[in-house]
Design a protein around this ligand. Structure first.
Ligand code: FES
Length: 620
């Protein structure tokens, strides 16, 4: 029925007026120009590249822009207008103090909306040409001058308050030069660029001049984990990395039964495993379960509303106590085999025909509790091992995730979706952790996002990739409808309202954090070369028809992506058995995958061996 509703909504869409159609076409060509300059450079850009990218004919391009030069100038004006709108909005939304507004400018400068690879590449390309092209010089200089004057004005307000004798223009020049320098670094190494570090460096600079206004702003910042100045790439850069860092895990580790057994012991029984969301435990006795690596867990809400976690194994003869993914066990946990009954605190409360068990002391046969943690509404368990909590691991992203209110979400439908695949769990995670395959493997995502993903990896195997919907309408109706219908989600920061962001948590869990919903993605090992994928989507109540349509469309788009991925991972798993493939190379675009393989090698050093050693395997 939802499909029918959306179809009707689609057919009711007002027909574009001629003016609107022209605006859309012009914008398509301009966006394509930005993308092509970003990819091929200014000098090598051709009108044919642009029309191919925009999927428009050369005749249409000529109709809207008589010459390549007029298209380029319109593109530059579009970029400068977009940039000016972003910083002016940042100023308008900022607090009343001069420091608030300067800080807002810094934040805006490195926001994903402004500091985007295609934008920055095109902007620097135009600046390079401005030396010889007066029209470009006029646009670039005017834009820069307006921005610079705004910064000078704010710095003047600060200098009046503090009485520093350094001129406002000098200070503003220093700040603007820093920001330009960081944008240049970003252009050279977008994947290694640290936005928080760049913002922090600007604040540190200002705090050295205006400590009262800026010192407190530094203290809340995330410290950069790498030198803020990103290294320029050189032809030698990839080979300078340690050999293992640039190499995939060897193929044998994806197919070997003993290695798989080591993974179960050393990884899955020692890391956090997601069970459910707290909203799926609505009252006392509601439970959710998970089986992984030969262990079974369940989480049950007790009479005080507190989630408790136990091994899902009866102490009598090992029957499963909570057999469903999601369920309820009434007032007590009753084993379905012989009826041993446990309280929600795990105590063994009743045993049918108890006198027949000579010497039974119920206190010795309570359920075995499990370490568990509730992070932003998601309940995790850990069967053993130690290490940081989920909250500590995800701490680098806590601030940006907070507006999504994950803990307040509810399931979009009951239960958990799952599927099995003929691919190793690592093959599935490998695929999830890199966006390098998107332009070829996921035409839909490419149409919607243009292949521009910002990626970063943190300590403890946590990483993130994010991209923002392109304004250019997709040529496919469902994607185009999603782009058009997705309503404003006002509780999100503006730069997240059209962003799809993927967070991964070592070893096998990820969160797809989208404007219309959030879903987890979890890969469970079933054997060497065989895995199960579990997923469920959650969202905040929002009855707007456009949101309902966006959720349906988002689900449709993501299901297609899953099918595409499943075909790819099965294909890879087949290739991993080939006698000619022993391992591969990882590019700079696959940094999350490098990190993932690095974490696996740390836990299982045997994975550093290019060939499987003879005999029984040991972890090291
Ligand atoms: Fe649970 Fe017998 S196995 S009561």
């Amino acid at each position: 029925m939802k499909a029918l509703n959306v179809t009707r909504a689609e057919t009711r869409r007002p027909v574009e007026t001629r003016d609107q159609r022209e605006d859309t076409r012009r914008l398509q060509l301009i966006e394509a120009t930005v993308a092509v300059i970003g990819r091929r450079g200014y000098a090598r850009m051709t009108l044919a590249d642009v029309t191919d990218h925009a999927r428009l004919s050369r005749g249409i391009a000529n109709f809207y822009f008589k010459t390549k030069e007029s298209l380029l100038l319109a593109t530059l004006e579009h970029l400068t207008g977009e940039y000016a709108a972003a910083w002016r909005k940042a100023l308008a939304d900022a607090g009343p103090e001069a420091a608030d507004r300067i800080d807002a400018l810094i934040h805006s400068e490195f926001s994903p909306k402004v500091c985007r690879r295609d934008r920055v590449a095109a902007w620097f390309a135009f600046w390079g040409e401005a030396r010889t092209r007066k029209a470009y010089a006029r646009v670039c200089t005017t834009t820069d001058e307006q921005y610079f004057r705004a910064v000078v004005g704010l710095v003047e307000e600060l200098t009046k308050e503090t009485g520093t004798d350094i001129g406002a223009e000098t200070i503003a020049s220093g700040l603007c030069a820093m920001m330009d320098g960081f944008l240049h670094n970003y252009l050279l190494d977008p994947d290694g660029f640290d936005r928080a570090g760049a913002r922090r460096a600007c604040r540190v600079y200002l705090a050295s001049l205006f400590p009262t206004a800026f010192r407190a702003r530094i203290e809340g910042d995330e410290r950069p984990r790498r030198p803020v100045r990103a290294k320029a790439k050189s032809a030698e850069a990839p080979s300078a990395a340690p050999a293992n860092d640039a190499e995939t895990l060897p193929a044998w580790t994806y197919r070997d039964a003993e290695f798989h057994a080591l993974e179960r012991e050393r990884i899955f029984k020692r890391t956090w495993q997601l069970v459910a969301h707290v909203s799926e435990l609505p009252g006392a006795g509601a439970y959710a379960s998970l089986s992984v690596a030969g262990e079974r867990a369940f989480v049950v809400r007790d009479g005080d509303g507190v989630p408790r976690a136990f091994h899902n194994t009866c102490r009598h003869r090992a029957a499963c106590l909570a057999p469903a993914d999601r369920g309820t066990c009434g007032r007590a946990i009753v084993c379905p085999y012989h009826g041993w009954t446990y309280g929600f605190d795990g105590r063994l409360m009743a045993v049918p025909a108890e006198p027949a068990f000579l010497g039974l002391d119920r206190a010795d046969y309570g359920l075995v509790p499990l370490e568990h943690e509730v992070w932003q509404g998601f309940v995790f368990v850990r069967f053993g091992g130690d290490g940081p909590s989920v909250a500590a691991m995800m701490a680098p992203y806590a601030t940006e995730l907070a507006p999504y209110r994950l803990a307040d979400m509810v399931p979009e439908r009951p239960g958990v979706w799952s599927d099995t695949t003929d691919a190793d769990w690592k093959t599935v995670m490998d695929n999830y952790l890199e966006g390098y395959h998107i332009p070829v493997g996921h035409p839909g995502l490419q149409r919607m996002f243009g292949g521009t993903y910002e990626v970063d990896a943190k300590d403890h195997g946590v990483a993130r990739a994010t991209s923002t919907l392109r304004p250019t309408p997709s040529s496919v109706w469902s994607e185009r409808a999603y782009q058009r219908l997705l309503p404003e989600v006002v509780h999100l920061d503006e730069d997240r309202r059209r962003a799809w962001t993927y967070y991964s948590l070592f070893p096998n869990t990820a969160f797809n954090v989208l404007p219309h919903n959030v879903s987890f993605f979890q890969v469970l090992p079933l054997g060497p070369g065989r895995a199960m994928v579990r997923a469920a989507a959650y969202s905040l109540p929002d009855a707007r028809p456009a949101m309902r349509a966006a959720r349906w469309l988002g689900g449709r788009i993501n299901h297609r992506v899953y099918l595409e991925d499943d075909r790819l991972v099965r294909s890879v798993q087949g290739g991993l058995g080939s006698t000619v493939y022993r391992g591969g190379l990882l590019s700079d675009k696959e940094i999350c995958l490098r990190q993932f393989h690095g974490e696996l090698r740390k836990r299982l050093p045997i994975a550093r061996q290019a060939e499987r050693p003879d005999g029984a395997l040991k972890a090291s």
